[in-house]
Design a protein around this ligand. Structure first.
Ligand SMILES: Nc1ncnc2c1ncn2[C@@H]1O[C@H](COP(=O)(O)OP(=O)(O)OP(=O)(O)O)[C@@H](O)[C@H]1O
Length: 316
């Protein structure tokens, strides 16, 4: 793999410190400390309104932080030069391309603008969409527009690619193509990908690093497998009334199903069984859970509609 030279400040492509973005009456980012190392695919997840898009907007210099710092490719986000911008690709859910331009015109523009333009990579993605060169952007379907956007971003051969819910509106085949292209550009093209999505199946497939945001703060960061290994589904049978377990250490979510108590639990070892037995459980067993359920359990506790909105864990 042919990696570009390292950036300043260790080899973190993204670094934020106590980053806060305050709107009237709302705090989108709340003292966020985040480091994203070079290489791989980093998935940012969080409930609606957790601050994912706000983070991207501040990092790319589209929005000024209220306080704290945000650095991207070693440079203050508020001071990005055209040269640095050329090393960053960005795809957002709105797929904002000039609607009046033809696909071939937009492509020619990008080809001129980016010195590292990779024609092969561009066509490898675009050929999966039924897009004609003389079609105007406004005439494309939402999914086709997403495809053109991604092809353009990957053709740019960026050092860092930031994608804000890019697969919204894509059909299953297009989504697979998209994810394969992402993995290919990360593993063979040396692009570091930072990707935000609500699709856990996608993240499970492609992500090397999972970053969980909650209300503008970092709740967790690790490899997805590592995160799942720390989560367990415990199922206990209480012959009499099940005790209230919501406040028990590690318990993220409690459900009562067919007379059994189901608990999603973080970072608790075998002593958790003894704890449940002490509380009167007759039978207890546990099993691993997938990423979807694990993230769901983690986010449910701090969710805006939840009874318990205090985060249970700090960032790893
Ligand atoms: N211009 C704005 N004015 C006021 N509040 C805003 C503004 N932009 C974002 N917010 C608020 O900041 C919070 C974070 O928004 P953001 O778009 O970053 O969330 P998100 O994690 O991307 O959410 P989603 O998953 O729903 O796209 C939300 O509560 C949102 O209402």
């Amino acid at each position: 793999m042919n990696l570009p030279p390292p950036v300043a400040s260790g080899d973190y492509l993204i670094e934020t410190e106590a980053l806060t973005l305050q709107f009237k009456g709302k705090r989108a980012l709340d003292g966020l400390d985040l480091k994203v190392a070079r290489g791989g695919i980093h998935a940012v997840v969080g409930a609606n309104g957790a601050g994912k898009s706000s983070l991207f907007r501040v990092l790319l210099g589209f929005e000024a932080a209220t306080s704290g710092s945000a650095r991207i490719l070693g440079c203050d986000s508020a001071q990005l030069t055209p040269d640095l911008r050329a090393r960053i690709g960005f795809v957002n859910e709105e797929h904002t391309l000039p609607p009046w331009m033809r696909v071939d015109e937009v492509t020619a523009m990008q080809r001129r603008q980016y010195r590292a333009w990779d024609e092969q990579r561009y066509h490898a993605v675009l050929r999966n969409f039924n897009v004609l060169p003389d079609q105007r952007i406004a005439e494309l379907s939402r999914g086709e527009r997403a495809g053109v956007n991604l092809a353009l971003a990957l053709g740019q051969a960026p050092e860092l690619l930031i994608l804000d819910e890019p697969t919204l509106g894509l059909d299953v085949v297009a989504r697979r193509v998209f994810l394969t292209a992402l993995m290919d550009s990360s593993y063979t093209g040396g692009t570091t990908v930072v990707y935000c999505s609500h699709q856990m199946d996608e993240i499970e497939r492609v992500a090397d690093q999972l970053i969980i945001l909650e209300r503008g703060r970092l709740l967790h960061a690790s490899a997805p497998d590592e995160f799942c290994e720390r989560m367990r589904l415990w199922v206990a049978e209480f012959p009499f009334r099940a005790p209230e377990l919501g406040a028990t250490a590690g318990v993220l979510q409690t459900e009562h199903i067919d007379g059994l108590t189901h608990l999603i639990v973080f970072d608790q070892g075998d002593q958790f069984e003894a704890q449940l037995r002490l509380l009167g459980a007759r039978s207890v067993h546990h099993m691993p859970i997938g990423l979807d359920r694990a993230v769901n359990g983690m986010l449910a506790r701090g969710h805006i509609g939840s009874d318990c909105s205090t985060p249970i864990i700090q960032a790893a």
